[in-house]
Design a protein around this ligand. Structure first.
Ligand code: DGY
Length: 294
């Protein structure tokens, strides 16, 4: 065991799922400071915690910008994010400083795909609205056209993403269901705008599971209100959380989930183990299981 003053400092910005937490607690030769809560770390605590740290394990809810990097100072060698997305990291600055970045690709693909199907079905078969009708007494009788939605049989599904950006061609946008699952880049920011929605069919259902800023939410609102598209299901929004007064939440044909694509116990455990391993291996100067090439 090294003397306390020689130990590398690690700051972890949230309580982790149990398996990641266990692995972290077994880490030797590190002084681990953690925001040990299920609530987000306040910015002031983040800055305090990261000061002088060699390693930072963060979540997608923390903006790791120049101020955080400056506060951390030259010790900071590794940032490990508990996410596949890294739009919360100021990559240019991180690269300039030679900091290595770990992330969690692949391990959440299945859970996110499952959630996409669930959100697609919930949206096109109007499940939240139907459940609300049962609870509020709106269910008066079986009725031939009441609560009808759109079925998946014989439909076309256009997917924008799948690891590469499929360009916004008519074939994709003109499908019965359009699912956006691309990473957020300058090219995909605001990709789903007025023009995009105008090219969709009036009976189309739009799903976004990527990042909120891939969508121009004002344009989406107009498209939904005007009947330009039939419905939308969003697992991601701008901002997150979406204020409860947001206009999109007033629409029956818009289903919004609180960014739960990867939220299965086992996936989040796996992500947390990967994130801790990325951090510790990176700090040890070893190959990380999943290092972001920047
Ligand atoms: C990610 O990891 O980036 C997802 O959006 C949440 O799991």
């Amino acid at each position: 065991m090294k003397a306390a003053q020689q130990l590398m400092k690690v700051f972890v910005t949230r309580r982790l799922p149990p398996e990641g937490q266990k692995l972290l607690s077994q880490a030797e030769n590190y002084t681990v400071q953690q925001w040990d809560s299920d609530d987000p770390v306040p910015r002031a605590e983040l800055l305090k915690g990261v000061a002088g740290a060699h390693g930072l394990l963060c979540l997608l809810s923390e903006k790791i910008d120049q101020e955080v990097l400056d506060t951390a100072g030259p010790n900071l060698k590794v940032i490990s994010t508990l996410s596949v997305g890294f739009d919360h990291l100021t990559i240019n600055e991180i690269k300039k400083r030679g900091i290595r970045v770990g992330y969690t690709p692949d391990v959440l693909t299945e859970a996110t795909a499952e959630l996409s199907v669930a959100l697609l079905l919930a949206t096109c078969r109007r499940l939240p609205e139907a459940i609300q009708e049962v609870k509020s007494g709106g269910w008066k009788s079986w009725s031939p056209t009441w609560m009808c939605g759109y079925g998946l049989s014989n439909s076309t599904v256009g997917i924008i993403g799948l690891g590469r950006i499929v360009s916004c061609e008519k074939l994709t946008v003109d499908s019965d269901f359009v699912i956006v699952s691309c990473s957020l880049t300058p090219e995909t920011e605001g990709l789903c705008n007025k023009d995009f929605f105008q090219r969709m069919k009036k009976s189309s259902v739009f799903i976004n599971i990527s990042r909120g800023s891939a969508v121009n939410q004002e344009d989406l609102y107009q498209a939904l209100v005007s009947g330009q598209i039939a419905a939308a299901g969003l697992d991601v929004t701008t901002p997150e959380p979406l204020p409860t007064t947001h206009p999109l939440l007033s629409l029956k044909n818009c289903v919004i989930l609180p960014h739960i694509g990867s939220a299965t116990y086992s996936t989040r455990n796996t992500m947390s183990v990967l994130a801790v391993n990325n951090l510790l291996r990176g700090l040890a100067g070893q190959e990380m299981p999943s290092e972001l090439q920047i």
